[in-house]
Design a protein around this ligand. Structure first.
Ligand code: GRF
Length: 215
């Protein structure tokens, strides 16, 4: 079985990267992580990748003339590694439209809210300020507009009365670590079909549960 060659872009901690590495240890998951790129040389995720035996490079964006030159270098690196799918995992750089076009329908991202709500930075603070009772995370196909694009999968968690951005982030992060591997699996199995603005996921059972908060 051919495994989808996956490249992961990070900027920091790398806990989603770690969840994806763990998931790809399962030989039944038809994806393998062939390279990890960080735009920050001190990203903790680089060590996580190397410990797992995955080639990991830092391309420091500060060393490039502009965004396009930096994205060109990332593109070259991914192409040389034979990457077929790019996963953004806490990648804190805006991608140029040129890069997104080159990898059309082949870049996915995880965002810590139930999109289309609370795009951008500080998603948890935004959710708390809005008083929503349920939040969560979303894996979506990347489009030029930030935190937008066909939604592959979402996970929901309750927002509790005493939540701070930190406690909500921790609850959502635990869900992220389950959701991103699932979304990668669906993508790698060829079950994600892009239909206009939507991603249609084929051959899956629905969750079949209603999460009501408060009870
Ligand atoms: C996650 O919350 C992810 O949703 C967001 O950035 C954070 C990255 O965390 N895009 P980590 O580096 O994967 O631990």
């Amino acid at each position: 079985m051919a495994r989808l060659k996956t490249g992961i872009l990070i900027s920091g901690r790398g806990s989603n990267l770690e969840a994806l590495i763990e998931a790809c240890r399962d030989p039944a998951l038809p994806a393998e992580i062939v390279t990890v790129v960080s735009n920050k040389p001190d990203a903790a995720g680089l060590a996580i990748a190397r410990e797992a035996g995955i080639a990991a490079v830092a391309l420091d964006h500060r060393g490039f003339a502009d965004r396009a030159a930096f994205d060109d270098a990332v593109h070259r690196h991914l192409s040389e590694a034979g990457v077929e799918l790019v996963c953004l995992a806490g990648y804190m750089r805006l991608l140029t439209t040129g890069f997104i076009a080159r990898w059309h329908d082949r870049i996915i991202n995880i965002h810590p809210s139930l999109l289309p709500a609370f795009r951008g930075l500080n998603a948890h603070a935004q959710a708390l300020a809005a008083g929503v009772k349920i939040s969560g995370c979303t894996v979506h196909v990347v489009r030029p507009e930030v935190d937008a694009g066909p939604i592959i999968a979402q996970a929901a968690v309750p927002v509790l009365p005493d939540d701070t951005p930190a406690t909500l982030a921790a609850r959502v992060l635990a869900a992220e670590h389950r959701l991103y591997p699932l979304a990668l699996r669906l993508f790698a199995e060829g079950r994600v079909r892009i239909d206009g603005a939507r991603a249609v996921v084929e051959g899956v059972a629905d969750a079949g549960l209603t999460l009501i908060n408060p009870r």
